[in-house]
Design a protein around this ligand. Structure first.
Ligand SMILES: NC(=O)c1ccc[n+]([C@@H]2O[C@H](COP(=O)([O-])OP(=O)(O)OC[C@H]3O[C@@H](n4cnc5c(N)ncnc54)[C@H](OP(=O)(O)O)[C@@H]3O)[C@@H](O)[C@H]2O)c1
Length: 241
């Protein structure tokens, strides 16, 4: 039987949070499937390292240092991506986590978390949506968290983070509804504990049940699927530990 070409092959994919952790592993995995990956995060040196490791194995990648909390930086990110080709795949992995007891959360800290984790996802999806609509297709995976899902274990000090992730799930469902007529699908993915810097900040005593490469493989599988019927879903990823 002839091998089916991967949907990602030859496409332009934008991955935020690609300087480390899940975003980096996802960028590498997407590039391996033949997409040109436009990688974004604030740390330029770490982003360059992601690009080098992709290019070293024959892949294509471009770094655009970006603070997803800054709307004009996101405009620049998508204009660089569009210069390579229409970005028809988007993975929003960038996020911040600050652990603070609820009664000590300042308004500034709350707004920072929401700006990066929720408004940042909104801005990226918004920019991508317009470009995807123009070409009649697009696939979006937004990384939420089990922390944003009702009736899962919650850790103290993460009210702002949890609220931002719950918002990502709702936002993704909204994008799915409005994207359907234009061939745009959107899924949110809610991992449990993954072995990254963020997990160590969230709860140093928690034993990770997943590694970034496992999450990246699931994201690639989701992007490779005709997501239309599942568009809007939130996929929980429980630890296999
Ligand atoms: N690890 C877990 O257990 C777990 C569980 C559930 C969900 N998640 C979610 O998975 C995603 C990836 O997290 P991770 O565990 O891989 O965390 P991580 O290792 O801390 O990586 C976070 C990434 O986001 C980037 N980032 C942070 N603030 C940014 C900003 N303002 N603008 C642009 N990029 C920014 C970081 O790069 P710079 O610092 O260079 O900007 C980094 O590339 C996040 O959405 C997180 O909420 C993680």
């Amino acid at each position: 039987m002839a091998e089916r070409a991967h949907w990602l092959a030859g496409r332009v994919a934008v991955v935020t949070g690609a300087s480390r952790g899940i975003g980096r592993a996802t960028a590498v995995a997407i590039a391996r499937e033949g997409a040109h990956v436009v990688v974004a995060a604030r740390g330029a040196a770490a982003l360059d390292a992601t690009v080098s490791s992709i290019r070293d194995t024959g892949g294509q990648a471009t770094a655009v240092p970006t603070d997803v909390g800054n709307a004009s930086a996101i405009d620049k990110l998508f204009s660089v991506a569009a210069g390579i080709g229409p970005p028809t795949a988007l993975v929003c992995a960038a996020a911040t986590l600050e652990r603070e007891p609820f009664d000590e959360i300042s308004l500034a800290s709350w707004e920072r978390t929401i700006r990066v984790n929720l408004t940042g996802v909104f801005n990226c999806c918004h920019a991508a949506f317009t470009m995807m609509r123009n070409v009649g297709e697009g696939r979006i995976v937004n990384i939420a968290s089990l922390s944003g899902v009702y009736a899962t274990d919650k850790f103290p000090g993460l009210a702002a983070y949890n609220a931002s992730k719950n918002g990502v799930i709702g936002l993704t469902e909204g994008i799915a509804v409005e994207g359907k007529p234009f061939g745009i699908s959107a899924i949110s993915l809610s991992p449990g504990a993954v072995d990254t810097d963020m997990l160590r900040r969230a709860n140093p005593s928690l034993r990770p049940g997943l590694v970034p490469d496992q999450v990246a493989a699931i994201i690639v599988a989701l992007l490779d699927s005709p997501l239309t019927v599942a568009s809007g879903a939130n996929v929980p990823l429980f630890s296999n530990a």
